[in-house]
Design a binder for this molecule. Structure first.
Ligand code: KE4
Length: 429
């Protein structure tokens, strides 16, 4: 595969941008080699600067659920941008997107738009602390909530991919207020709550983590967290930046039948434009400025171009619920295909899947938490990643990420993906 231009671009990028990238996981550090520079994308395909075509299983880490350059979104942005890109004043579009979310998510009465998932989770934590008057927060090892200081304690995704799950620069003062639990370990959470009685403002979790690869909640785990938070007046925050509007229109809350007190969104609600949001009950959300004392602001929050992109995509998904069944079926086909090929390879493997999120871990252990997810971050993964890339299949360059499917993925694309996997596994033996 010719990557001449990408290599040259990476050298130039590295002269002006730290590590040559604007987000670390893009740097291919954990899989080796240089990142591929993308020129354009359409539907399920990305095209790099050397003219290579890839079937895209990153989908911009989630937003491209209807594929790249989805016509209705492109048209909406083109029309809207004629009226300027930003006002710094309210627009009707912000109401329309907020209203769509409030009318679609039962426990959401108010939505505050921000510009990234990180801003959404940072703000949700501050709100929970302000609303409860308490300071400590429980997070789970391997869950990733963006790069806010409180979260860079054993964080997943790019943080662990690069070996810095707990980042320098986070002060002891901050870190002491972040209590660490293990995903799927309800007893451990109960012990933490007992040991910090009356001091915990919030518990934040990816209900179905996508940042350790995809991990599924064991029976009673999330229900138990809901119960503890209700009993202890702890704000339960579901970080649905990844799962929101991807695992069905109602996200993980609907898929699991569990309601959080606050929910954070990103990715799909911006259709690839920079949007995040935090949302929840009126009494909690009205505690934010300007009506309440908890301050949070943003020059480009509710940006009209981002709003119209997100509104167009969400409205389409709401009007076409069959998209979710079709995505689920495509992902099921991929899972079945891999499960029929892998046993004869002699490789260790396990697959986790929920809806259109799937991850292949090169370990025989079941992947149920941060430690077991780490068992799959090995040489097998690196070889698999590059074997698929050279065959035109672009997977997340980290063992701590989920694959994201987009709706335009065709039967032929899936067949090519499975054939590429079969050939790659043979090479890996
Ligand atoms: P952003 O600030 O990157 O928009 O969102 C942070 C975030 C918060 N919560 C969850 C559950 C997330 O998955 C993310 C970001 N996801 C990663 C992909 N696993 C972003 C990719 C990157 O860091 O470049």
């Amino acid at each position: 595969m010719n990557t001449t231009r990408s290599k040259s671009l990476f050298q130039t990028a590295s002269k002006y941008i730290p590590g040559g990238v604007n987000s670390p996981v893009r740097a291919f550090k954990s899989v080796g080699g240089d990142p591929i520079f993308i020129q354009k994308a359409k539907g399920a395909y990305m095209y790099d600067e050397d003219g290579n075509r890839f079937i895209d299983y990153i989908a911009s880490w989630g937003p491209m659920i209807m594929g790249h350059a989805f016509e209705p979104v492109v048209k909406a942005i083109q029309e809207r941008v004629e009226n300027s890109t930003s006002f710094g004043a309210p627009t009707e579009l912000e109401i329309q997107l907020a209203q769509l979310i409030c009318e679609s998510i039962p426990n959401v009465d108010r939505v505050r738009m921000v510009n990234s998932g990180t801003e959404a989770t940072m703000s949700a934590i501050r709100l929970a602390r302000g609303f409860t008057g308490k300071e400590k927060v429980i997070k789970f090892a391997g869950c990733y909530h963006g790069h806010g200081d409180s979260f860079l304690i054993k964080a997943g995704s790019g943080a662990v991919t690069l070996g810095h799950p707990s980042s320098p620069g986070v002060t002891k003062g901050t870190a002491k207020d972040t209590l660490l639990a293990e995903y799927n370990d309800l007893l451990g959470v109960k012990e933490l709550v007992e040991a910090n009685k009356g001091e915990i403002a919030a518990l934040i979790i990816e209900p179905i983590p996508g940042n350790m690869g995809c991990i599924l909640p064991e029976e009673g785990f999330l229900e138990g967290l809901r119960e503890i938070c209700t009993q202890e007046n702890i704000i339960l925050i579901f970080d649905e930046v990844m799962t929101g509007f991807r695992l069905g229109f109602g996200g993980a809350q609907q898929a699991l039948g569990i309601e959080a007190d606050l929910v954070t969104y990103g990715k799909v609600i911006g259709a690839g434009m920079p949007v995040g949001a935090y949302a929840g009950r009126e009494d909690i959300m009205e505690f934010i400025a300007p009506n309440g004392p908890v301050y949070q602001a943003g020059t480009l929050s509710g940006n009209p171009i981002a709003m119209v992109a997100g509104l167009t995509l969400l409205q389409y998904l709401k009007d076409h619920p069959q998209v979710y069944d079709e995505l689920d079926q495509k992902c099921h086909t991929i899972q079945n295909g891999l499960e029929s090929i892998l046993p004869e390879t002699g490789l260790p493997w396990t697959i986790n899947r929920k809806g259109s999120m799937i991850s292949l871990h090169f370990t025989n252990e079941s992947v149920r938490d941060f430690d077991s997810a780490g068992k799959g971050a090995n040489e097998h993964f690196k070889k698999f990643f590059h074997g698929m890339l050279k065959r035109g299949v672009y997977l997340p360059p980290s063992a701590y990420e989920s694959w994201f499917l987009s709706h335009p993925l065709s039967k032929e694309d899936i067949e090519h993906t499975l054939e590429s996997a079969r050939l790659t596994f043979r090479e890996m033996q």
